[in-house]
Design a protein around this ligand. Structure first.
Ligand code: FCB
Length: 435
């Protein structure tokens, strides 16, 4: 049970759960094309136990049961993503009618159950034929992504309550092209610099395409962390400045101020696409809301051995999830206040938070504390309108495979049986006011 109640978050506060297509759908039949996660997972050494998303939670077939769970939990909204390779198997050009039919069923199923559809266009499943052309490193992705956005707007726009272009551009760009941890697994500063710009440029062209289809309530979902210096030394403060710029400010400054942080445009000057400055009005197209995914803090320490960014991330001494991520509810409070003071008065949504953990009592505490943090941020003027738990189901946790469990509903991958956990019951108790 939670100690916080629905009323603590204000009268129209929206509660939802979140998932992503590749992590739950499976069902890679019916004309779906290959995506970068299929091949990344098939490459030995990339994903724990060589797990892949071929079956995942079989949501492609079991979606009615999953939507029932969301409704029965008392949630108002469902944040899901559409799979680009299911809709346009080659990335551009021919449309897969069975893909359209699947999302028609899914979205209609949400509406029938009184759930508001919160759609994300891109949650990391780039069609492989586009990767063959350079993927996020190729400027043409701004055009390819806009074509896909227009298709989504055209077919589903009338039924979506809110739409985000990109989920977590830092992961799309830096985690996947500099750190090499996610698909396509590059470790290259030029590749990363190009992806860092093109991902936001494509966000802007997609916003234009969605608006041209008459869509409203458009946003982006940024993953932000509470960045902190390891110590108050001048070196660690410099390291913090780099870390915060790389993780938070590149995206916040780009989208809301139409410029990138100087510390990075100098560090990356020789690698960024030429003339990127001319794109900044597209990068910073006006939005209707901002989604923030928050999991942990980033603690930054100076490291002279890394010339590009003299910084390394270290673990602090806060309690940790079973993936070793520090648990820091106050960080969420501070972050929401910072974004609303320094960047935007738009409505904010916590579009993801949660923890990987098998001891679900810890997850109940986690959510209770993070909901309290949201209420505290509201008390300091942050206009936070909703909260989505990551995730509805245990699912394919990318490079961690299936062993990491973020769900409020347990999934037995042998039988595909869903079993609500205590954290699901805690939400249900709060949302039905049965405490
Ligand atoms: C976020 C992703 C989501 C999930 C959680 C744990 O970075 O958006 O797909 O993997 O982390």
């Amino acid at each position: 049970m939670f100690s916080i109640s629905r009323d603590d978050l204000g009268p129209n506060f929206l509660f939802g759960t979140a998932t992503a297509a590749y992590q739950i759908e499976g069902g890679q039949t019916d004309g779906r094309g290959s995506c970068i996660w299929d091949t990344f997972a098939a490459t030995p050494g990339n994903v724990k136990n060589a797990h892949d998303g071929a079956t995942a939670c079989d949501h492609y077939n079991r979606w009615p049961e999953d939507l029932d769970l969301i409704r029965d939990g008392g949630f108002d909204a469902y944040r899901f993503s559409l799979a680009w390779p299911r809709l346009i198997p080659e990335g551009t050009g021919a449309v897969n009618p069975k893909g359209i039919a699947f999302y028609d069923r899914l979205i209609d199923g949400m509406l029938e159950r009184g759930l508001k559809p919160y759609a994300t266009l891109y949650h990391w499943d780039l069609p492989s034929p586009l990767q063959d052309k350079g993927g996020w490193m190729n400027r043409d992705i701004a055009k390819w992504f806009a074509e896909y956005a227009a298709l989504v707007g055209h077919h589903f726009g009338d039924r979506l309550a809110a739409t985000a272009t990109i989920n977590e551009p830092w992961c799309v760009a830096f985690l996947s092209h500099f750190l090499g941890i996610h698909a396509p697994g590059y470790r290259d500063i030029r590749a990363a610099s190009r992806a860092m710009h093109h991902v936001l440029l494509a966000h802007g062209t997609a916003i234009d395409a969605l608006r041209a289809e008459g869509m409203k309530n458009l946003g982006i979902v940024l993953n932000l962390e509470k960045a902190e210096p390891f110590s108050e030394s001048a070196e660690d403060r410099l390291a913090f400045d780099y870390g915060d710029a790389l993780f938070n400010r590149w995206y916040l400054d780009g989208v809301f101020k139409g410029r990138y942080p100087d510390i990075l445009t100098s560090a990356l000057a020789q690698y960024l696409p030429e003339g990127f400055e001319k794109d900044m009005d597209v990068v910073s197209r006006p939005l209707d809301w901002l989604g923030i995914n928050y999991y942990t803090r980033g603690l930054y320490k100076y490291d002279a051995s890394r010339p590009a960014f003299p910084v390394t991330q270290v673990k602090g001494d806060l309690p940790k999830s079973d993936l070793g991520w520090e648990i820091y509810p106050k960080g969420l409070e501070d972050l929401l206040v910072r974004v609303s003071r320094e960047y935007t008065k738009l409505p904010l949504y916590v579009t993801e938070t949660g923890m990987s953990e098998t001891d679900d009592t810890r997850r109940v505490q986690f959510y209770d504390d993070h909901l309290r943090a949201v209420a505290n941020a509201q008390g300091q003027g942050a206009d936070v309108r909703g909260f989505f738990a990551w995730s509805l189901l245990d699912n394919y946790e990318w490079a961690e495979g299936y062993n990491s469990r973020f769900g409020i509903v347990h999934v037995d991958y042998e039988t595909q049986k869903r079993t609500p956990k205590g954290s699901y019951r805690a939400f249900q108790g709060m949302l039905h006011n049965t405490r």
